[in-house]
Structures are given as structure tokens and as C-alpha cells.
Design a protein around this ligand. Structure first.
Ligand code: NAD
Length: 336
């Protein structure tokens, strides 16, 4: 039995997480869920967006399955997502984007894994006003050699272990010579230790154009925090949207699994949210827990339902009458 901290989150979170839990429970994996709270809902209920009990649960389980959290704006709270990633040193954010046979997009052969540095860069949280009038603001990007080494090594190891051929580092070392320059130096040094994996480097702006025009040339992509955040939404767009992309946040002794998308307040409470991304994140969690067979069962069932396009949410098929709950039920029914 694996003990997992379950945070359903805000907005569409509870509805998509209910479907994901239903699917994972039906996969044959033995998971004991320990429910905890975070985000706007927790702030309203407990007076803090990240209650002690939630941290205590994650301290114990070291594995969390999380719905999206609404970022509280203008109250002095930092993003809870960023706080969790930094506290548990969840340094590798892995976001795979793969074309689906049944989802029509510009390309049918995209298969890109973004490996994003998750704890430093411009999201290190070092931001302030320089003047009392608050008319000059400053953000500091922090890039360390050790932080760069562990994420870039993770990307190459991931490529090797998952039969991938190539790692591309996307950077802006031509302008940001120290922070991005350090990251690029480490990428070149690391690449030399993985002669079996092809290495490429691209400047981030050109990389965006190449990714839109010829995404097939990308395989595993590694970059600093903000570039990875932006690029992974771009890859989401290439394969059918945010409702399809899962994310794993991996550290040395803790891991947190979630969708790439946010709490989508515009569609919350309407049974419209696509549960695919969190269910696929659940499959990544099952693999992480060593429940490989259950993970494959979940992925196959999701693929069947998404590719058939019948019991899917309207973002995938505007003609569909199905919503979040019907799609979750169809995935459970499709499980072998
Ligand atoms: P969002 O990802 O919530 O929504 C962007 C667009 O995509 C919306 O039109 C939404 O309806 C659509 N969308 C997102 N998920 C979908 C799904 N599963 N099915 C169908 N459509 C979907 O981004 P946003 O509106 O910029 O952010 C809303 C809130 O979420 C903000 O408070 C933001 O800070 C937070 N956020 C949280 C996380 C996280 O918890 N990991 C990630 C991103 C944003």
C-alpha cells in the first residue's frame, strides 16, 4: 500500500481530481489517499494557503498528487506551487507533450519532453521595489552550478532511460552571459559525458520558432525555470491544449504530480474541465511508485477514450455531450 498526500486544489481541481482518483483506484494499484488542503480554498477555510497539516502529510508520505491551486494575488503570499517546489527541492519538472491520434492539430507526430529547472532562475522569489514610490522593480535570477548540473544530468539520464535520442538545451546565453552562460556551459560539459545521446543547443527565441515550424526536431528539451514554464505551454498548444499535459515535480526524496494547467476559474463548476492531464499525471505517479502495470493500464484507457473522441470534454470535441464525470467514467470502463 502506498500512502499519498491528495490535494484536490481550487477551481476545476476537485472535479478533475475526483475523476483521477476514481481511475487510479480502478487501475489495481494500492493507494491509500491522505487528503490535505492548499491554495485559495485552504486560505479561506484555515487562514493560510498552506496549512501545517498539509506540510506534515507531505513530510511523511513524500509523494503528493495535487490539483491546480489559484494563486492568491496581492496579499503578500507567494505562489504555493513555487513554495512547495523549493521547500522539497523538487528540482526537475518533467512535462511530456505527445500527439494523440484522435486529437486533430497541425502536427500528428509531436513527442517532446520538457525538463524544466524548478527551483531557481527568475522564479527564485528574489523580487522587490527599489524605491519607496514603487516605480522601479527588480527581480534577481539565480543560477547555480550545482542546480544546473543536477537538472541537466537529470535530462540526459531521463533520455537514456526512456530510449530518447537527443537533448536540446534552450538558453539565452548570448544576452544573459552569466546566468544563462553558466547553464549552457554545464549543458556542454554534461553532454560530453553522454556520448550516446545527441546534443543540440538553441537560443530560446529561435527555439520557439523552430518548435512551431518543425517540432519533430525536438526530443528532450532542458531549460531554466521560466523558459521551461513558457515552452511547456507552447508544446501543450502543439498537441491539443492544456487539458492534456501532465507534469511531474521530482526531487531526491519527494515528488509531486499535477497537471500543467491552472484552476481554470472560467469553467469551474460546469462539468467542462478535461481530466486527462491530471489522470496522466496520476499515471506518472504510479510509475514513480513502481506500479508500472497499473500506470500502463491507465495510459491505455485514457488513449482509447481520447482517441475515440466520443466521451470526451468539449475542448476535445465541441459536439460531445460528455463532461468531466462522463469522461472519467468512460476511462474506468475502458480499463482492461
Ligand atoms: P489556466 O491553466 O487555469 O487556464 C487557461 C485556459 O485553459 C482557460 O481558458 C481554461 O479554461 C483552459 N483550461 C485549463 N485547464 C483546462 C482543462 N483541464 N480542461 C479544459 N480547459 C482547460 O490558467 P490561468 O487562467 O492563467 O490561471 C488560473 C489560476 O490557476 C491562476 O490563479 C494561476 O495562478 C493558477 N495556476 C496554477 C497552476 C498550478 O497549480 N500548478 C498552474 C498554472 C496556473
Amino acid at each position: 500500500m502506498h500512502l499519498v498526500t491528495l490535494i484536490k486544489g481550487d477551481g476545476i481541481g476537485p472535479s478533475i481530481m475526483d475523476e483521477a482518483v476514481k481511475v487510479i483506484d480502478a487501475s489495481g494499484a494500492k493507494i491509500q489517499w491522505e487528503e490535505a488542503h492548499a491554495g485559495l480554498g485552504a486560505h479561506e477555510k484555515f487562514g493560510t494557503p498552506l496549512p501545517e497539516e498539509t506540510m506534515a502529510s507531505f513530510d511523511k508520505t513524500r509523494v503528493a498528487f495535487k490539483g491546480p491551486l489559484t494563486t492568491i494575488v496581492g496579499t503578500g503570499f507567494r505562489s504555493i506551487n513555487v513554495a512547495l517546489r523549493q521547500k522539497y527541492e523538487l528540482y526537475a519538472n518533467v512535462r511530456p507533450a505527445k500527439s494523440w491520434a484522435g486529437v486533430k492539430t497541425r502536427y500528428d507526430d509531436v513527442d517532446i519532453v520538457i525538463v524544466r529547472e524548478n527551483t531557481e532562475g527568475l522564479y527564485a522569489g528574489l523580487e522587490h521595489y527599489l524605491t519607496p514610490k514603487k516605480d522601479i522593480a527588480e527581480s534577481l535570477a539565480v543560477v547555480t552550478r550545482s542546480g544546473s548540473e543536477r537538472i541537466i544530468d537529470y535530462a540526459f539520464k531521463y533520455a537514456r532511460e526512456n530510449n530518447r535520442k537527443k537533448v536540446t538545451v534552450c538558453h539565452k546565453a548570448n544576452i544573459l552571459k552569466y546566468t544563462q552562460g553558466l547553464f549552457l556551459d554545464v549543458a556542454r560539459e554534461t553532454a560530453a559525458r553522454y556520448p550516446d545521446i545527441q546534443f543540440d543547443e538553441k537560443i530560446i527565441d529561435a527555439a520557439c520558432m523552430h518548435m512551431v515550424m518543425n517540432p519533430q526536431q525536438f526530443d528532450v528539451v532542458v531549460c531554466t525555470n521560466m523558459f521551461g514554464d513558457i515552452l511547456s505551454d507552447l508544446t501543450a498548444g502543439l498537441v491539443g491544449g492544456l487539458g492534456l499535459i501532465p507534469g511531474a515535480n521530482i526531487g531526491n526524496d519527494a515528488a509531486l504530480f499535477e497537471a500543467v494547467h491552472g484552476s481554470a476559474p472560467d469553467i469551474a463548476g460546469k462539468n467542462l474541465a478535461n481530466p486527462t492531464a491530471v489522470i496522466m499525471a496520476g499515471a506518472m505517479m504510479l510509475s514513480h511508485l513502481g506500479e508500472q502495470e497499473a500506470a500502463e493500464r491507465v495510459v491505455k484507457a485514457v488513449e482509447k477514450v481520447v482517441n475515440e473522441g466520443k466521451y470526451v470534454t468539449p475542448d476535445l470535441n465541441p459536439q460531445s455531450k460528455a463532461g468531466t464525470i462522463e469522461m472519467g467514467n468512460a476511462i474506468v470502463d475502458a480499463m482492461e
